[in-house]
Ligand binder design. Structure first.
Ligand SMILES: Nc1nc2c(ncn2[C@@H]2O[C@@H]3COP(=O)(O)O[C@H]3[C@H]2O)c(=O)[nH]1
Length: 696
């Protein structure tokens, strides 16, 4: 039936339209909207009629409104309400009928003039009628658009409510990360209100048993009645994932909006039978995390009618946020679990990596009363000390430097030194003996140049040297990175040095180990900050910029030991100088140390080769013959510039530079010998080759 025939039919059978308009299929607000629209037209025509009566000084203009159902006379009752009644045929035809037509050529109505009118009157009436029609037309447009807008406003308000809530959810996901359940509850609660559902529930997928279980199950419509079930859900709210609307959605990942649950073969009435609740309609949404369904959210029984398209759209957005919240909940649980595991590991480690009572008592029994003057020179060879003497002398040096300025518990000091010893690994070079010799070098520097630093600064420098290579694995930062070790994942720069510092702090935090405990919290914080600065400075990668800056200040005469930045540079360079102390030891000690350094280098080179990477020449045992030349490069390129700089700041320590120059020359002689041997070999080979070629 086309529109024209439909109109004819409705005109012929007005009761049909009446029944439709006042029946259940048109909502109250729609009916009111229509009525308002009609009222508006009637009101405009009525006011137009009265306006013409005033202008033409008459009072018998009949106002007629046109509509689909015919012509209606418009009057106004005592209360000012518009009254519309079917137009009866007038006894006498009007003198003049003015049609009121709007911009879209729609006839709004007519004005019947029941008294004689002049041409001038007609001209006036025509103008006013046009204006009135235009006014009505634009009023309609604006009311439509405002209706439209009103509809839109409705939608906009709904969207705004939605987006405000989603923003709240996003914020609470990050703020309430702990109680993710609370966030999910909020989401469910809001979703339920937004789509006006009587009940809401969240089912999660148990991938092991291929079942769905209720994690949040709604027993009523206010939040307090939400029933949050434990991780496994309530036992009786579990069912195979191929059952029910929830199962279908979980299996297919599709959204389902079921208008009549019991008529849908996929519906599972078992849950209703357990809860005594009757499900009429269901809006069910899958929850995805990274493309995998992890659960479904269900809205049950729309309060008025069934769920519509808008509900589906709004709810789809919630399903995403549910997924986000659940994902965070899972991640957070994982983090919590790994933190607990980490704590357990730390406890076990702390127990085994702390010195024991026997070791402490053994050291306590030895009382060093006399001054050990041989310790007061850089040339002292720590390699000759026993496993007991090293900690004993480490305690002695600490006391010699600090016991007049600092308060500390002597037993704490013994425990600290012994535990530091225990946390160096038995690798060829970066072991306790290295830590001890670097601390000894700092002891001598501070001994010969007492007043350059405050007691707390000196303490930080000494402790840093003792601890600067704690838990070193005999592999350098480059190795840690290329092998993508966990340490390299934690620290982006100075990987091992950060780890050494972290180990230092861990030991200080052990019971009975905090040698800094007499400091105020501010002093303690500063001391730790300086220890971190000093240990990180032993990363050779930082030596070059530090050296350049300090030399600049010295060269341009702006160096001032009391300037904090200059002070930190001096501390850093001293740390490097102590770390490389083997290069400034007597030649015998230098060569013995270099032997173990390269043993460690070659171990790393072997490990790199095993993992398919070519080691650098210095770590390649097949190039051991190039060692002297490499040492020349190392001494002249790094050690010598370092000790020359130290001598500029602490002239009393210029012996380090002299020793270093001597050792470099020795390595150059060896390199020269090595070169001659190589040449002899080559020429030997050449002679043999020539003989072969000549056949003699
Ligand atoms: N080639 C060479 N490297 C050294 C020598 N002494 C120290 N080093 C390197 O200098 C680095 C200083 O920081 P580390 O102690 O971490 O590791 C040290 C070694 O890699 C040496 O005599 N020869």
């Amino acid at each position: 039936m086309d529109e024209e025939r439909c109109l004819q039919y409705l005109k012929a059978n007005p009761y049909v339209l009446e029944a439709l308009v006042t029946g259940p299929f048109v909502s109250r607000e729609t009916f009111q909207k229509w009525a308002k629209k009609r009222d508006q037209k009637a009101r405009v025509l009525y006011e137009l009629g009265r306006c013409c009566e005033q202008l033409l000084c008459m009072n018998d203009v009949t106002v007629v409104m046109s509509s689909m159902d015919g012509a209606f006379q418009v009057t106004k009752n005592a209360e000012g309400e518009m009254k519309i009644r079917k137009l009866r045929k007038p006894k006498k035809a009007p003198y003049y009928v003015q049609k009121v037509v709007d911009c879209s050529e729609t006839i709004l109505g007519e004005l019947h003039f029941n008294s004689p009118v002049t041409d001038r009157d007609l001209a006036t009436v025509s103008v006013i009628s046009t204006w009135a029609a235009a006014t009505h037309y634009f009023a309609k447009i604006s009311s439509q658009s405002s209706e439209f807008l009103a509809d839109d406003t409705d939608k906009i308000n709904r969207q705004r409510k939605l987006s405000n809530f989603l923003l709240e959810v996003a914020k609470s996901i990050f703020q309430d990360i702990i109680s993710m359940d609370l966030v999910i509850m909020k989401i469910m609660n809001f979703a339920q209100k937004l789509v006006n559902a009587d009940r809401a529930s969240l089912f999660l997928l148990d991938t092991k048993t291929k079942e769905l279980y209720a994690r949040i199950f709604d027993v009523g419509t206010n939040a307090s009645e939400h029933q949050k079930l434990d991780e496994d859900g309530a036992k009786d709210l579990r069912f195979p994932m191929n059952k029910g609307i929830a199962g279908y959605v979980a299996t297919t990942g599709q959204v389902l909006n079921i208008e009549n649950a019991y008529e849908d073969s996929r519906f599972n009435p078992e849950v209703d039978s357990k809860t005594g609740y009757t499900t009429r309609n269901i809006l069910c949404m899958p929850i995805f995390i990274r493309g995998t369904v992890i659960g479904v959210v269900q809205m049950v029984n729309k309060i008025d009618g069934h769920f519509n398209r808008d509900d589906e759209d709004a709810f789809e957005m919630f399903a995403v946020y549910c997924g986000l919240a659940l994902h965070h909940a899972k991640l957070y649980d994982k983090i919590r679990r790994s933190e607990q595991k980490y704590r357990v590991a730390l406890e076990v480690l702390a127990y085994h990596s702390v010195c024991n009572k026997d070791e402490v008592n053994k050291l306590k029994k030895i009382h060093l009363t006399d001054r050990v003057s041989e310790l007061e020179t850089f040339d002292f060879n720590g390699m000759k000390l026993s496993e007991l003497e090293k900690p004993l002398y480490a305690v002695y040096m600490f006391k010699a430097l600090f016991q007049t300025d600092l308060r500390f518990d002597p037993d704490d000091l013994i425990r600290f030194v012994l535990t530091v010893r225990k946390n160096y690994r038995r690798v060829a070079y970066h072991n306790w003996a290295h830590g001890w010799s670097v601390a000894h070098a700092m002891f001598v520097l501070l001994f010969v140049k007492k007043d350059i630093f405050t007691p707390h600064e000196a303490l930080a420098l000494y402790v840093s040297c003792l601890c600067h290579d704690l838990d070193h694995r005999g592999k350098n930062n480059a190795y840690m990175k290329t092998m993508s070790t966990p340490l390299a994942a934690i620290y982006t720069t100075s990987v091992m040095e950060h780890h050494h510092f972290n180990q230092t702090v861990t030991i200080l935090q052990q019971n009975g180990h905090n040698i800094l405990k007499s400091m105020s919290s501010e002093e303690y914080k500063q001391a730790l900050g300086l220890i971190k600065h000093c240990i990180l400075a032993t990363d050779l990668a930082l030596f070059f910029p530090n050296k350049a800056k300090l030399n600049d200040y010295l060269d341009n005469g702006t160096f001032n030991i009391h300037t904090p930045e200059h002070r930190r540079l001096v501390q850093a360079i001293l740390m490097t100088g102590c770390d490389l102390i083997a290069s400034a030891k007597p030649w015998q000690v230098q060569t013995e140390t270099v032997k173990v350094i390269f043993e460690e280098f070659y171990d790393q080179g072997d490990a790199e080769r095993l993992s398919g990477k070519d080691p650098i020449p210095m770590m390649d045992r097949t190039k051991a013959n190039e060692l002297p030349q490499m040492q020349v490069g190392f001494m002249r390129g790094i050690c010598l510039p370092c000790y020359e700089l130290i001598a500029r700041i602490i002239p009393e320590a210029d012996s380090l530079r002299d020793r270093c120059i001597y050792n470099a020359k020795k390595w150059e002689e060896l390199a020269e010998e090595q070169r001659k041997i190589a040449e002899a070999k080559n020429s030997g080979h050449e002679n043999i080759e020539k003989k072969n070629i000549n056949g003699d």
